[in-house]
Design a protein around this ligand. Structure first.
Ligand SMILES: NC(=O)C1=CN([C@@H]2O[C@H](COP(=O)(O)OP(=O)(O)OC[C@H]3O[C@@H](n4cnc5c(N)ncnc54)[C@H](OP(=O)(O)O)[C@@H]3O)[C@@H](O)[C@H]2O)C=CC1
Ligand SMILES: Nc1nc(O)c(N)c(N[C@@H]2O[C@H](COP(=O)(O)O)[C@@H](O)[C@H]2O)n1
Length: 242
């Protein structure tokens, strides 16, 4: 996919919701939760189906966000369904340098770096190598990938704070954007202590009951809400209420 140019008002709109430039917080990175959803709160047509929701101009906005983050986190469900690149295509000659480091939550090691789009981009110098978050360090490690062992047999009790702390201290990742999927979003949307910024694209489509739904187990209200209107999509930027 080649990107369109960034709409001129987007950088002003997003600036209050970007990670700080000189964040020396050592306990964890700044975290942005960002994804695209349909009007019926679905992020894909069904499990395992890569689905385009964003208009090209809001996809460019996503790459602008990637440009401003050190890491990009997804769950294994997304890695397996989408075979995503997760690199940055915004910024012309600076894009490569600004590609975030992929972080894949893959407790049971279902996803393979080998043969993936991420590996292709890494080998061509257009993307970074991934950090794979696993339950236990594997005996057979894939070349080019790094492993972060973080006990995650029970996702309900996963220690997000510990993982974020390791990303900040061991890998020097100061900012992480979380793109999904639903399992990961539904966990983090209930963590105002961990999520600093929320940027949600809403596309003018219904994906139906078979779609992968974002709906956390309890309610959560937002504050500092702002909206941007594009050609087709609306984008909500906000903070989770503490
Ligand atoms: N429209 C959009 O913006 C986006 C859409 N998507 C879509 O979302 C769908 C995938 O969503 P979904 O199926 O919910 O999958 P997820 O990407 O949320 O991945 C879920 C898996 O990630 C692992 N995982 C999640 N949380 C943790 C944790 N705390 N600790 C360790 N491992 C964890 C688990 O793997 P394990 O089972 O191995 O333990 C879990 O089964 C795809 O269809 C994709 O296209 C995804 C991103 C953005
Ligand atoms: N912003 C946005 N809009 C959509 O419509 C989407 N489906 C997604 N999906 C996310 O982007 C990843 C794909 O990234 P690459 O283009 O391959 O780099 C996908 O895995 C989701 O995380 N995002």
């Amino acid at each position: 996919m080649s990107l369109g140019s960034l709409r001129p008002d987007v950088s002003d709109f997003l600036s209050p919701y970007l990670p700080p430039n000189n964040d020396e917080n050592l306990s964890r990175p700044s975290v942005t939760l960002t994804y695209a959803q349909s009007l019926d709160s679905r992020i894909s047509k069904g499990h395992g189906i890569r689905t385009t929701i964003s208009h090209p101009e809001t996809k460019t906005m996503t790459h602008y966000l990637r440009y401003h983050h050190d890491g990009i986190l997804i769950g294994s469900g997304t890695a397996l369904a989408d075979n995503p690149g997760l690199n940055c295509k915004y910024g012309g000659p600076d894009a490569r340098e600004h590609s975030p480091r992929p972080i894949i939550l893959d407790a049971k090691q279902k996803w393979k770096f080998s043969g993936s789009k991420m590996q292709e981009l890494f080998l061509s110098g257009e993307g970074k190598s991934p950090i794979i978050v696993v339950d236990k360090e594997p005996a057979d490690k894939e070349t080019g990938a790094e492993y972060l062992a973080c006990s995650c047999t029970d996702l309900g009790s996963f220690d997000w704070d510990k993982m974020m702390h390791i990303l900040r201290t061991r890998y020097r990742i100061k900012s992480v954007m979380v793109e999904g999927g639903a399992n990961v979003i539904n966990q983090l949307i209930l963590r105002p202590d961990l999520v600093d910024n929320l940027v949600i694209t809403i596309g003018p489509t219904f994906l139906g009951r078979n779609g992968v739904e974002v709906s956390p187990t309890t309610g959560m209200s937002l504050c500092d809400v702002n909206w941007w209107r594009g050609t087709n999509d609306a984008v909500l930027a906000a903070h989770l209420s503490k």
